[in-house]
Write a protein that binds this ligand. Sequence first.
Ligand code: COA
Ligand code: NAP
Length: 270
Amino acid sequence: MSTPFDFSGKTVFIAGGTSGINLGVAHAFAKAGAKLAVISRKQDKVDAAVAALKTHGGEAVGFAVDVRDYAAVEAAFKETQSRLGAIDVLISGAAGNFPSPALGISPNGFKSVVDIDLLGTFHVLRSAYPYLNKPGASIVNISAPQAYIPMEFQMHVCAAKAGVDMVTRVAAMEWAAAGVRINSVTPGPIDGTEGMNRLAPNEATRKLVAESVPLGHFGSTDDIANACLWLSSPYARYVTGVVLPVDGGWSLGGLSVSSAGMKKAFTAAG
Ligand code: COA
Ligand code: NAP
């Protein structure tokens, strides 16, 4: 599908933009004419993403950075501004997840997910702020339905992503006067991603998950990319502080999204 959005000359920075949903979002912005900067921990993933993004004909840079390292994140923004210009669009999507009952999560396991998803989001937003092209910059946090649906085996992720959405709302209020909009997108189950491989690792659980979506199927990375394009475009200029589910109706709360449903899925997964 070709995009109706034009981001020619704009600089887009994507934290966690080297695989899965966020890389799909990066490709969508690159196709729409944007210059791309991506960060994630692994140099090989960064290099591969940068090479793939350049095939759309525009500029792309990447840095191997752990969002838990505030100084390294800040350095990536500084370098991006000097190479690509001030940041027009920021997507914050670095995250970690593993399914486990609460009693199977060690303190360090809980801390790791909160440090990547929640503290990492704060690091990204706070260090980006001086490098944003203001007024007019747009930020999208990639959150998850776990932010507002309590799910068994996901206590750490539920806690972290609920925090991410609150960060979205508070930043929307504090930064509106500077002309910075910020919203969350909460993807439903997205096919072919690491997140779904972890939460639905076999055909039985995939079927359970797909059947629990009112629209009846998994989403694609394009579905999330299209929401990010719209939210970051002038067509959404009056939209800020919103938590937008892009999930085929999943978060409306069918049986399988409920605690019992998730328990059944993870138990089936072994
Ligand atoms: N069940 C229970 N605990 C687990 C676990 C699992 N499946 N996987 C990891 N942990 C625990 C580890 O045992 C460790 O705790 P400990 O020190 O008390 O033993 C803690 O989590 C940190 O693990 P480590 O591998 O050192 O962390 P990391 O910082 O290298 O990686 C993770 C972070 C654990 C989130 C890892 O899964 C990751 O890198 N994920 C990124 C990719 C991803 O999750 N994609 C989907 C996004 S939705
Ligand atoms: P993914 O491919 O594993 O994407 C995660 C990205 O974050 C990778 O680029 C990863 O690269 C990076 N990352 C992880 N830890 C990091 C850290 N400490 N510092 C910097 N970068 C880090 O998974 P995905 O499934 O596409 O998920 C993408 C986003 O969508 C996440 O925010 C997730 O919570 C959300 N989401 C996904 C689904 C789904 O169905 N998949 C549903 C709801 C929400 P490195 O390994 O190189 O660091």
